[in-house]
Design a protein around this ligand. Structure first.
Ligand SMILES: [Zn+2]
Length: 253
């Protein structure tokens, strides 16, 4: 299994992270439950982190802005017990050796770590989740449930489609109008020459809302690897492959 890590978080020595890369092996990158090769991939992932598949937790993602707290009893979810929990696209925990995972193919994998309270979060933030503030919801839940201070929280965005590649229609501009001001939207929607087309910079949108929530700018990092134009990570827009996904994960060690 080829993968990258989120250095800014792993450097704290409190967590271990992973972003899987594409490879020539057809089963590598097949992370969807029930697809050929998926369970073997999770077993290999478990070995890499030194945990069993019942210590890996995976919410069933449906492009919501909902975040839940997970514990050891949720381990194995969506891997060993498919369809068990749906309606969430993010999760947080303060339990050690519980590996939180999400799947992406162009969407933003958003990682959180509060090194003070020792709480982590793993969020799938596509355009819908971003427009509806899933990252902010995660921070609020970290505050309420574990007493985290936003100024302590580190956020990191893994590989995703970049602001030069992500072309969207005008209707998205409106969708982002609920939680973002016009001035803010100008920072991450850039008009193309083509009529009604924009380039959308999702990490910038996420960064703006996290700073509004009290995170420090210097504590928010982003990967500059683009899933579409770099060819290292799975891209739905590029490959139109409904199965290949980048798995991203974080675990308190
Ligand atoms: Zn790109």
């Amino acid at each position: 299994m080829n993968y990258s890590t989120i250095q800014t978080l792993d450097d704290t020595k409190l967590v271990k992270t992973i972003c899987t890369q594409k490879s020539a092996d057809k089963n590598d990158g097949v992370w969807k439950y029930g697809e050929e090769g998926a369970l073997q991939n999770y077993e290999e992932l478990g070995r890499l982190f030194g945990v069993s598949t019942s210590d890996i937790v995976h919410v069933k993602q449906t492009h919501t802005a909902e975040v839940r707290i997970v514990t050891k009893k949720d381990g194995g979810e969506e891997i060993l017990r498919p369809e068990s929990v749906s309606g969430y696209d993010g999760m947080i925990t303060n339990e050690k050796r519980l590996l939180l995972c999400t799947l992406q193919a162009d969407c933003v994998p958003l990682f959180f770590l509060d090194p003070v309270q020792q709480v982590i979060g793993m969020i799938h933030s596509g355009w819908k989740g971003t427009a509806n503030q899933i990252g902010v919801n995660a921070v609020r839940l970290m505050k309420e449930a574990f007493g985290c201070r936003p100024s302590d929280i580190l956020a990191a965005m893994g590989p995703c489609i970049c602001g030069d590649c992500y072309e969207v229609g005008e209707e998205l501009l409106e969708q982002f109008g609920v939680f973002y001001s016009e001035e803010e939207r100008k920072c991450f929607f850039h008009k193309r020459e083509k009529e009604g087309k924009y380039l959308l910079d999702l990490p910038e949108a996420i960064s703006i809302s996290l700073q509004r929530e009290g995170l420090k700018k210097e504590n928010i990092t982003r990967s500059f690897s683009c899933t579409l134009h770099d060819g290292i990570f799975a891209s739905y827009r590029k490959e139109k492959d409904p199965v290949a996904r980048m798995l991203t994960g974080i675990m308190l060690i």
